[in-house]
Design a protein around this ligand. Structure first.
Ligand SMILES: *Cc1c(COP(=O)(O)O)cnc(C)c1O
Length: 306
C-alpha cells in the first residue's frame, strides 16, 4: 500500500480533436490531497516514518503541505506546515482540516522555508516540497503507471515550479526505458525560473514571483532539474497567466475537473505551436492538479486578466 493512489490515464477527446492526435491526461488532480505531490511526499514520509521519526516539518506554498498533512494523519505522525502569507486561505484551511499545525511566516516560500528549517529537531523529518531524491522517486511512479497502461507517448507535458515533478518524471522515463521521450517543461510568465536558467546555462534566481500560478512560485529551480537539461531532450515553454487560467477553466468545462492555474499552464502549452508537439504522434499531459483554488477564483482571475 502506498499513500498515493493510482490515477486515471484518460484520452481527452476535445484536446485530441484540437491537436489532430491522441492527447492523454494523467489525472493527478484525483490524488486524495488534490495533486501529484502526494506521490513524492508520501514516499518520503513513509521512509522517515519507518525510520522512527516523531514529527514531519514541511515548508510549502500549499499543495506539498497538504500532502504532508494527509500523510501525517494517515501514518499517525504529527505535522507542522510552514506557509508564506501568499498561500491562499483555502489551502490554509485544508491543511488545518487534516489536523496539522499551520504556521504562516514570511512573504515568500523562501522565508517560510528558512523558518521551517529552524524548527527541525533530532526526531523530526523535514519534508521539502521539491528538492529531495526520495520525492523524485515517488513522483516517478506516475510514469510507471503510464508505462503499465499502454504504448509510449510521443511527448510528455508538465508544469515546472521548483522542478521536483520534472525530476520525478525524468527518473520515471529513464527507469521505464523511455529516455527518448521529449519533455515539455511549462511555466508561466513571472514564474519562469527554469526557462531562464536553461537559457543562461546557470541557475537564475527571480527577484520576485508575479504570476497567479503560486504553485510554480519557486524563485530558482533545484540543481537536479538543471542537470537533467543536459541529459534529456527538454523544451521550455512559457505561457501567460491568462492562458493558464483559461486552460484550467476549459478543463473544468470539458473534463469536469478543477485544477489550479499552475496546472492550467501545462494544458495551455497544447495550444502553443511548439514544433516538438507538432511532431509528436501522441501527447501525455500531467494534470498535476492543485487543491488551493475554487471555481469562482478561476473566474475572478480570468476577469481580472482580461
Ligand atoms: C508543486 C506543484 C507544481 C510544481 O511542481 P515542482 O515539483 O515544484 O516543479 C505544479 N503544479 C501543482 C499543482 C503543484 O502543486
Amino acid at each position: 500500500m502506498t499513500l498515493h493512489i493510482s490515477t486515471p490515464f484518460v484520452q481527452s477527446q476535445p484536446n485530441s480533436r484540437r491537436l489532430g492526435k491522441p492527447v492523454w491526461l494523467k489525472m493527478e488532480a484525483a490524488q486524495p490531497s488534490g495533486s501529484f505531490k502526494l506521490r513524492g511526499v508520501g514516499a518520503l514520509c513513509e521512509a522517515r516514518h519507518a525510520a522512527g521519526v516523531q514529527r514531519f516539518v514541511a515548508s510549502s506554498g500549499g499543495n506539498a503541505g497538504l500532502a504532508a498533512a494527509y500523510c501525517g494523519r494517515e501514518l499517525g505522525v504529527p505535522v507542522v506546515v510552514v506557509v508564506p502569507e501568499s498561500t491562499p486561505s483555502r489551502a490554509r484551511d485544508l491543511i488545518r482540516l487534516e489536523g496539522s499545525e499551520l504556521i504562516v511566516r514570511g512573504g515568500t516560500w523562501a522565508e517560510a522555508h528558512e523558518f521551517a528549517l529552524s524548527l527541525i529537531g533530532p526526531r523530526d523529518a523535514f519534508v521539502h516540497p521539491f528538492d529531495d531524491p526520495l520525492i523524485w522517486q515517488g513522483h516517478a511512479t506516475l510514469v510507471d503507471e503510464i508505462a503499465a497502461s499502454g504504448p509510449k507517448p510521443g511527448a510528455i507535458v508538465l508544469a515546472v515550479g521548483g522542478g521536483g515533478l520534472l525530476c520525478g518524471v525524468l527518473e520515471g522515463l529513464q527507469r521505464n526505458g523511455w529516455s527518448d521521450v521529449p519533455v515539455i517543461a511549462v511555466e508561466t510568465d513571472g514564474a519562469d525560473c527554469y526557462a531562464r536558467s536553461v537559457a543562461e546555462g546557470r541557475p537564475v534566481e527571480l527577484a520576485q514571483i508575479t504570476s497567479v500560478a503560486t504553485s510554480l512560485g519557486a524563485r530558482r529551480p533545484c540543481d537536479g532539474a538543471l542537470r537533467w537539461a543536459q541529459r534529456h531532450e527538454i523544451h521550455s515553454v512559457v505561457v501567460s497567466d491568462k492562458q493558464a487560467v483559461e486552460a484550467a477553466i476549459r478543463l473544468l468545462d470539458e473534463h469536469r475537473v478543477l485544477v489550479e492555474p499552475a496546472c492550467g499552464a501545462a494544458l495551455a502549452a497544447l495550444d502553443c505551436d511548439t514544433p516538438v508537439l507538432q511532431a509528436a504522434s501522441s501527447i501525455a499531459v500531467v494534470v498535476c492538479g492543485g487543491a488551493t483554488v475554487t471555481a469562482q477564483q478561476l473566474l475572478d482571475f480570468a476577469a481580472r486578466l482580461d
